[in-house]
Design a protein around this ligand. Structure first.
Ligand SMILES: Cc1ncc(COP(=O)(O)O)c(C=O)c1O
Length: 464
């Protein structure tokens, strides 16, 4: 039976809701570039900002990003519950610090660091901070070693490929280290061990190797580079460490290519970074830096502060940092385990291969990387067109898809490609819809008619 009793509070509440668009800001300019003089009702402000943000792209249709856009509701709950904890306050929030240390140990073991326990590493805001901290440690170690031997230490260099992420160039510039960048070629988008060895000398603080390049998702030849550096050590006594940038591969390769040696099983690999917020399946921003052993992290780089309680060592570029993503990473590790991560990675790789095969079969695209190691597919037009991939990227945006077109780094800059990162929530069904939309967008650019696909053309259910 429906109650006829009127709940006055409900009505008041609903009036407040309607009132949102009755404020003067529905017709007047909103303060944007100078500090507003007066306060504003929180509901109105919420609605204004909420409505403006509707103009952002839909993260789930953002095929450009490596970064996680979906997590389990229980993870969301833990994230919300811990948003107000500053991670750096270890004395106040000791359990979050404990959890961080557990994950460092878990990842060190996953990456086959020698030893049983007490591994060394840190959480960071992302892979960029992890790369810089890792390379700083190598710069310190190199300098100490040079000093100890009475050798000059004013010209450090670092060797890496043109296929690396901009954070490598940033490190070189910000921390005054000469970058020796090995160019990629028009027909080969990763580096070669022999080219690395031509650049390495006694002033090389480290060699950078990328597993899952930002540009094509391919791997630098980590084993060949390691073997060449081992040979150099044996023949000339030069011990040059490798830092592996496994921003993407760190949470893929251990579950998908278990026997592929890329980590601390290789003698010269001394530090590894990975992004928790990429295939670690956590929202931004979380990265990890793991060292082979304690000797790699110079004591000089640790800072001990006691103004938050107990004396605590810190090794970060930032001070304050959220706790939620670290907790969310622990949630994933516990929830998925090796079994779950393996299952998710297999699914993503399967969908990525399927995407590559559909693009190939269409005859319209040449696939450059069909998810060789990580679920990333890169492609370009199979023939000449009188429009560009940038036009196609723009056109397909009409359907909500965000898919980037870009040119490759120097020496291959005339090569323009498109890249799709196949994340967990890019399902087989969405792959089909996306490929249909892409083909339709291309047809439209050619001047053909546009077919609005509501279901996969493959299933024979396209609706015009
Ligand atoms: C290979 C590689 N290294 C480093 C980074 C930087 O990572 P983050 O965004 O976590 O700082 C990226 C980002 O895409 C990347 O692809």
């Amino acid at each position: 039976m429906v109650s006829r009793k009127v709940d006055i509070n409900k009505i008041r509440d609903s009036r407040k809701n309607y009132g949102m668009y009755h404020s003067r800001f529905s017709t007047e300019e909103v303060p944007k570039y100078s500090f507003p003089e007066k306060s504003m009702n929180s509901r109105t402000v919420y609605q204004l900002i909420h409505d403006e943000l509707n103009l952002d792209g839909n993260p789930d249709l953002n095929l450009a990003t490596f970064v996680t856009t979906w997590m389990d509701p229980e993870a969301d709950k833990l994230i919300m519950e811990n948003l107000h904890k500053n991670f750096i306050d270890h004395f106040e929030y000791p359990q979050v610090k404990n959890i961080e240390e557990r994950i460092v140990n878990i990842l060190a073991k996953l990456f086959n660091a020698p030893g049983e326990s007490d591994f060394v590493g840190t959480s960071t805001i992302g892979s960029s901070e992890a790369i810089m901290l890792g390379l700083l440690a190598h710069k310190w170690n190199w300098r100490e070693n040079r000093k100890k031997n009475g050798l000059p230490y004013d010209k450090p260099n670092i060797v890496f490929g043109g296929d690396t992420h901009v954070s490598w160039d940033k490190f070189a510039r910000y921390f005054d280290v000469e970058p020796r960048i090995i160019p990629i070629a028009k027909d080969h988008f990763t580096i070669l061990a022999e080219d690395v060895m031509k650049q390495v000398d006694e002033n090389t603080i480290a060699v950078g190797v990328v597993l899952g390049t930002t540009f094509t998702g391919e791997f630098d030849p980590v084993q060949e580079i390691n073997d060449s550096l081992v040979k150099l050590k044996q023949e000339k006594g030069l011990d040059v460490p490798i830092h592996v940038d496994a921003a993407s591969a760190g949470f893929i390769t251990p579950f998908f290519e278990k026997d592929f040696k890329w980590d601390f099983r290789l003698e010269q690999v001394s530090s590894i970074n990975t992004s928790g917020h990429k295939f670690g399946l956590v929202y931004p921003g979380l990265g990890w830096l793991i060292f082979r052993d304690h000797d790699m992290l110079p004591e000089d780089l640790k800072f001990y502060v006691n103004y938050l309680g107990d004396e605590m060592p810190t090794y970060t570029l930032n001070f304050s940092e959220g706790s939620s993503m670290i907790i969310a990473q622990y949630f994933n590790v516990m929830h998925f385990g090796r079994e779950g991560y393996s299952r998710i990675v297999k699914r993503m790789m399967g969908n990525a291969s399927y995407l590559a095969s559909r693009l190939k079969e269409s005859g319209e695209f040449e696939v450059i990387n069909a998810a060789s190691h990580i679920p990333v597919v890169t492609f370009r037009f199979s023939g000449n067109e009188d429009f560009t991939l940038f036009d196609l990227s723009y056109r397909v945006r009409e359907r909500g898809w965000i898919v980037p077109a870009y040119s490759l780094p120097p020496h291959a800059e005339e090569v323009t490609i498109m890249r799709v990162v196949v994340r967990e929530n890019f399902t087989r069904d969405l792959v089909d819809i996306f490929v249909d939309d892409l083909l339709n967008a291309k047809k439209a650019l050619k001047g053909g008619s546009i077919k609005t696909s509501q279901r996969s053309a493959r299933e024979g259910h396209s609706v015009s």
